[in-house]
Design a binder for this molecule. Structure first.
Ligand code: IPD
Ligand code: CA
Ligand code: CA
Length: 258
């Protein structure tokens, strides 16, 4: 990918600016709309942040495509060229109800391959970033590859939707096989917990490209596996049941879901 260092510097600057938009909104009235269900929300702040990134990208990298959660009405049908994949607020329900545990996420992909990934945990001021083949970082400090801890020895996160589904016994079975289940409600932040070895796995129910893009680059730089729950490669053109995990927990989890 061209202009890699420049992209990295600009993205980090933009993320801090976007975070200010989210924090300032706590002192204002925000408008909240339901998208598909009462738990699938969007606020004017999600839209404002996404718009902020799109304007920056169009100015600095004209001609490059943007896949944004709140503005891309049509799904992409191919991954040619450079695509910026943006989740302006990951964990909107947390943003609205808790004012914490949400993240701003950007992934930059070229021909379907992730080159840059950023997850900014705004309220903890923790910026996770990675460049393909150059390692992953937390606030500029390089992260160590994650120890390959087994499912039995580790805590896992499982999406609310899977855990509460009456049909899905597999999720509860995997929960029982682990040391314990934790839930945050932000696919990005759950991925950062796996990236820092606090969890051995995160299982997502139906994640969109913007839920996955940044975290996949970061996770893979640390020796983690990020795939569909059946073990196949992530499909960046649609929704996926996902697992990001240490290699041994990953193996055990996909065996259960196959
Ligand atoms: C959601 C969160 C949530 C996950 C959902 C996502 P959003 O993202 O990451 O934890 O379970 O599948 O859609 O809508 O808050 O950006
Ligand atoms: Ca999201
Ligand atoms: Ca979002």
């Amino acid at each position: 990918m061209n202009r890699l260092i420049e992209r990295d510097e600009l993205i980090i600057k933009w993320l801090y600016e976007a975070a200010e938009i989210s924090k300032k909104s706590f002192k204002q009235m925000i408008s909240i709309e339901e998208k598909t269900t009462r738990t699938d929300l969007v606020t004017n702040i999600d839209k404002k942040i996404e718009h902020f990134f799109i304007e920056k990208i169009n100015t600095y990298f004209p001609g490059e495509r943007v896949l944004g959660e709140e503005s891309s009405k049509q799904p992409f049908t191919e991954l040619k060229g450079i695509i910026w994949i943006i989740d302006p607020i990951d964990g909107t329900l947390n943003f609205v109800k808790q004012k914490s545990d949400f993240a701003i996420m950007i992934g930059v992909y070229e021909n379907g391959i992730g080159h840059l990934g950023y997850i900014y945990d705004v309220m903890r001021d923790e910026l996770y970033s990675a460049t393909k083949n150059q390692g992953a970082y937390l606030n500029g400090k390089q992260l160590e590859p994650v120890d390959d801890i087994s499912l039995r020895e580790g805590l896992i996160a499982i999406s609310h939707r899977l855990m509460t589904s009456e049909k899905n016994d597999n999720a509860r079975k995997i929960g029982r096989a682990s040391s314990g289940v934790r839930m945050i409600g932000s696919a990005g932040l759950e991925t950062t917990r796996v990236a820092t070895g606090k969890l051995v796995a995160y299982i997502g129910a139906s994640l969109a490209p913007w839920d996955i893009a940044a975290g996949k680059v970061i996770a893979e730089e640390l020796g983690l596996n990020y795939t569909q729950l059946n073990g196949e490669e992530i499909d960046m053109l649609s929704h996926n049941k996902t697992v990001v995990a240490t290699p041994s927990a990953h193996k055990e989890i996909i065996k259960n879901f196959r």
